[in-house]
Write a protein that binds this ligand. Sequence first.
Ligand code: PLP
Length: 465
Amino acid sequence: MTNITESKRFSKFDSARLIDADKAHYMHGYHVFDDHREQGSLTIVDGEGAHIQDAEGQRYLDAVGGMWCTNIGLGREEMVEAIADQTRRLAYSNSFCDMANDRAIELSEKLAELAPGDLNRVFLTTGGSTAVDTAIRLVHFYQNCRGKPEKKQVITRINAYHGSTYLTMSLGGKQADRPPEFDFLSDGIHHLSCPYPYREAQGRSEAEFLEALVAEFEARIAEVGAERIGAFLAEPIMGSGGVIIPPEGYHRRMWEVCRRHDILYISDEVVTSFGRLGHFFASEDEFGVIPDIITTAKGLTSGYQPLGACIFSERLWEVIAEPGTGRCFSHGFTYSGHPVACAAALKNIEIIEREALLPRAREVGRYFEERLATLAELPIVGEVRAKCFMACVEFVADKATRELFPEELNIGEWVHLRAERRGLLVRPIVHLNVMSPAVTLTHQEVDFIVDVLRDSILETVEDLR
Ligand code: PLP
């Protein structure tokens, strides 16, 4: 394994060249054009475990976990070998029509074993957005097959993130992702309130807030008509929306409403699966729900290869694949079931099982939650939200009124830059610092994150004076 503290793969000259080439040619999503032009980017060239190194040789603990995805940590030789072996043996084969490859079949079988209930059917995609896109197309297909073509509208939530295609971005509900320069679909998509106790409960107890959220769902169904609603789509814990942990019992109650009204429940587990919350899938183990459809990606390969999956129930399969109908699901991507990506996923799952990473993640995750909670006493910290390896610190100008700093101040970035100088990367989202590190983190690495965050927050408080 490369020791990145010693690795100097890029000289200063290379780094300057990379900075120029980046500015000249590489358009990154979500990078403000002016910032890119003026400041360039943080160019990462190496990684091991939870650590990464930039082109100038600076090392960081990556508490972002790549992008919620490097669950088993970077630089694992076993993963490299599995990917290399598969590339040598069969680098590509398509998964259209009557074609399949052994790795894609083995992975589908394994996912069916790991998924809750009768979710035994697997459609492999290229990532999370294409998994969610597939889930919505599956809902349409299913409703048409059962003779309910009008039952296709989808209910999602404010602050949700479901991907970056035209459809999945329209399903999402983050205002920041809806700049006026982009267009969005609105027909047939409805957004419910965000189950965000800190900002939305407004003096109500958690139980009262939950009742209001369920009542809102029922009211929306009455307004739109259950006969027109095909699916409810929800992340178990909203990730990019700010690690929003819903009130206790929320998912179970929303699922019961879905059952009552014949609405499919889609759990978007692109972030929450494969150890991030200490389970393979969080829907059943953490939230007591067996969805009709689960979407997953990210931790499925721990970021070693791009891959996603849409896993759905036998109940749906029996309708869409009814014998004698001659139907086929005319949907797929060139890289659906990519053998190298599937080999990476299989090895990743083998490592999670062999190293008992799930119970370990739950144990260290609890320690992470406890240590992070100590930051709540700091002056500009409004709330600390953490569940296992999903965490967020929310900054406020006034702890009593929960008033936010002006958006232009970009308070999350202030803290993030001070943490970055100390060798820690967190993800700033306006007034938040979001974290999702490798689930293999040690207690010492947890301590490092919390200590650096504390120092960076205190330095920010000083600098704001
Ligand atoms: N769904 C959720 C909950 C996500 O957080 C993301 C990405 O962050 C996606 C879907 C989209 O996944 P991808 O970026 O792999 O397309």
